[in-house]
Design a protein around this ligand. Structure first.
Ligand code: CTP
Ligand code: CA
Length: 224
């Protein structure tokens, strides 16, 4: 039966993908956000689906159209993304966290629009919960957990540190040094580092091709 063969090697598997930015409210009309487009995560969701997985995509605010056939959970803030990911993780065989989650959020959301007053305004921010690290703590041996790392210095050391700290199977290091790489464009240049320290360096590719490389690695991990 080709549905369970080479064409659809992830048939019967459940996958969870996080994508896009998060928006952290400051007041009723303002937020702290970032330039993540969601393209990388949407491309991963699309590949996993093509390979036969049942895919849940937890997406922060993104203008992209989700791939048809994917179960989409729309969220806005880091706290909402955490709740959605935590509820789907226990049932997920393959989890890829590619969202650009805010590291800090305003300590309090003002009830009313903040009025312009003094020459300076200080906002107090508090750290958000690390979603990936939280999932890593409850990860079972039969689950695959993949994260990303965005670094501008000591890239491999920092990525390796995140890989171990968050209990991942492998981490996808995004190079910010190269032209055409990064989280807003259509292309990416990544290095995949495995938990045993092995390293795969890839050239500049479309995000679809990067998604295929990530999925190939997942399939290899699942193979007995
Ligand atoms: N991540 C997450 N929840 C957060 C912050 C990050 O799930 N609150 C995930 C991202 O989706 C990514 C990985 O953690 O898969 C690494 O994100 P990154 O921003 O590179 O690392 P941080 O651990 O946040 O550390 P820093 O930003 O200080 O480098
Ligand atoms: Ca971060």
């Amino acid at each position: 039966d080709h549905h369970f063969g080479k064409d659809r090697p992830l048939a019967g598997k459940k996958a969870l993908v996080s994508a896009g930015p998060t928006y952290e409210a400051i007041d009723p009309v303002r937020y702290i956000g970032n330039h993540s487009s969601g393209k990388m995560g949407y491309a991963i969701a699309s590949q996993l689906l093509l390979l036969g997985a049942e895919v849940t995509l937890v997406s922060g605010p993104s203008g992209l159209v989700p791939p048809a056939g994917v179960n989409v959970v729309r969220v806005t803030s880091a706290a909402e993304m955490l709740a959605a990911c935590q509820s789907h993780f226990p049932l997920s065989d393959i989890t890829v966290m590619s969202a650009a989650v805010a590291d800090y959020t305003p300590k309090a959301v003002a009830d009313q629009k903040i009025k312009k007053a003094d020459s300076h305004l200080t906002l107090e921010l508090v750290k958000t919960t690390d979603i990936l690290a939280t999932l890593g703590k409850s990860k079972r041996n039969d689950q695959i957990l993949v994260g990303f790392a965005l670094e501008t210095q000591d890239e491999e050391t920092n990525a390796q540190d995140k890989l171990h700290r968050k209990n991942l199977d492998f981490i996808v290091l995004n190079s910010m040094r190269d032209e055409g790489a990064g989280f807003a464009g259509d292309t990416n240049k990544v290095t995949i580092i495995g938990k045993n320290g092995d390293k795969e360096v890839f050239g500049l590719k479309s995000k679809e091709e990067v998604a295929k490389d990530i999925c190939s690695r997942v399939i290899r991990l699942l193979a007995p």
